[in-house]
Structure formats: C-alpha cells, structure tokens
Ligand binder design. Structure first.
Ligand SMILES: [Fe+2]
Ligand SMILES: [Fe+2]
Length: 262
C-alpha cells in the first residue's frame, strides 16, 4: 500500500483504507458503513492517545505534552482551513509525534542536567524511530501520519532534522505540529527557566516565522491565538505543578526558546 499525503488525499477526496478499498475523507459518515472504518478511526485515535501518554509518562520533563500538541495542532489545522477530517489526522499525529522516544535509553531521556553532544545525537534520531514504528500501520500510513512524525523537527529554513527539508517540501502536518510542539514546550517548566507566559511564547512563535516555522502556519496561529491561549490557561489551572528537573539545558550551540521542543 502506498503512502498518501493527506493534503493530496483531500484534493482527490479519497484515500485507500487499511482494508484496501477507497474511503471518502470528506465526511465521517461516508466512512461509517459496513466496513467499520469509522470504528477504526475512533480506535486509532484512542490508541494514539494512549501511546502518547505512555511516552509522556516515560519523560519526567513533560506533563501531558503529547495531548497538548494533539489539541493545539488540530486548532491550527482548522484555522488554516484544511477541514475537520484532515485536522483530525493532524491531531492523531500530534499524539504520536514523539513516539520514537520509546527507543531512547532511559539514562538519556531521564538524565538530569545537560546532555552531551553524543546524547543529543541519540535524541535527534527519535523522528526516524517514530516513523519506523508507525509505518507498518496501514491506516496511519495512508493518512501521512508517519511522514508528519518523521519531519516534525524540520525547520522552514532547512536547518532542522532529520533530513534538512525546507519550505513546502516539509509535509504541512509536520509544519503544524512543529508550532504546536514548540508552544507546548515553552509553556512547560524547564530546569533552566520557569514556564514562559503565553504572550511571550506567542511572540517567540511570531518571531520565528520564516526561520523555524512556516509563515502560513504562524498566520494560522494568529487566527486561532485566542482559542489556543484559552486552552493553555485552562490546563495551567487544572494540572498540578511539576518539579523542574529536566535534562534539557541547551543543546550544543544553544537555541531559542522556540527550539525547546525535542
Ligand atoms: Fe486526542
Ligand atoms: Fe520531537
């Protein structure tokens, strides 16, 4: 089964389902026939949510980070006008974006203090490991989820990883997740700083438009900013404080606050 970028799928209006036939992506009800595709979609989301929570539990630096990325990425996708079905694909990819960290040694993932250059090289492999973990799942593959995971640390200016893709060569879903990932990271505590106030994190996202982030996605963020702010404000009130004891001082060479996501 070949992989299809979901934005290509949107243009075509259909994509190959995991059972090999064609399903409509435009409406959920079109997928709710005797083949049970709708149930598969619900199950996929629940599995993605569960796996994302498992990764977050493995990393003491994060608190429901994958959930935040999933929700905010979906908000940004909707603000960009991609439609509800494709926004849900981005949501699922958000839950799974760091699934490759399951392949990192706990000694690295849970290391207090700064990582060595060699350890950072290991951390930088997690998008490839995540892609390889998800690629065998046909329903994810035809939706483009593994490619979104593979490229969620690429930068608009080509200075990201793992492939150094630039501009529109980066899948749009990955460009959306990059902004959501960075926002969530900046709004969580780090050992070297308190959580940034939302207005500062938002200003940092705008500052990085055209460098780290796709300017079009940053425009989408601006359109959705009030909703995103309300979401994070609600979470800050609901979640218990986390002791800052993380290993992410700064990678070799340093980085901006928007580069805190790993
Ligand atoms: Fe979810
Ligand atoms: Fe990541």
């Amino acid at each position: 089964m070949t992989e299809m970028d979901p934005w290509d799928a949107a243009r075509l209006g259909t994509a190959a389902c995991c059972s090999g036939h064609r399903i409509a992506l435009e409406t959920e009800t079109a997928c709710a026939g005797a083949d049970g595709c709708n149930a598969v979609t619900v199950l996929l989301h629940e599995m993605a949510e569960s796996l994302g929570a498992a990764i977050d539990a493995k990393d003491p630096c994060t608190r429901e980070h994958s959930e935040e990325v999933a929700v905010v990425a979906e908000m940004l996708a909707l603000a960009l006008g991609v439609g509800h079905d494709l926004a849900r694909v981005v949501h699922v990819a958000g839950h799974l974006h760091d699934i490759g960290k399951i392949g990192l040694p706990d000694a690295v993932l849970r290391k207090p203090g700064a990582l060595t250059a060699e350890e950072w090289e290991l951390v930088r492999r997690h998008p490839v490991m995540g892609h390889d973990i998800l690629q065998p799942v046909g329903c994810l593959r035809v939706s483009g989820v593994p490619r979104m995971v593979l490229h969620h640390h690429e930068r608009w200016d080509g200075r990201g990883y793992p492939h150094g893709l630039a501009g529109p060569r980066i899948p749009l879903g990955a460009r959306i997740i990059a902004v959501a990932d960075s926002l969530s990271a900046m709004l969580q505590p780090r050992s070297y700083r308190a959580p940034l106030p939302f207005v500062e994190a938002a200003a940092e996202v705008r500052r990085c438009a055209g460098a780290q982030f796709d300017p079009r996605v940053v425009d989408g963020f601006a359109a959705a900013e009030a909703r995103v702010a309300a979401y994070f404000a609600g979470r800050a009130a609901a979640l218990p404080p986390v002791a800052a004891q993380d290993r992410e001082s700064a990678p070799p060479g340093g980085r901006s606050a928007a580069g805190d996501a790993a």
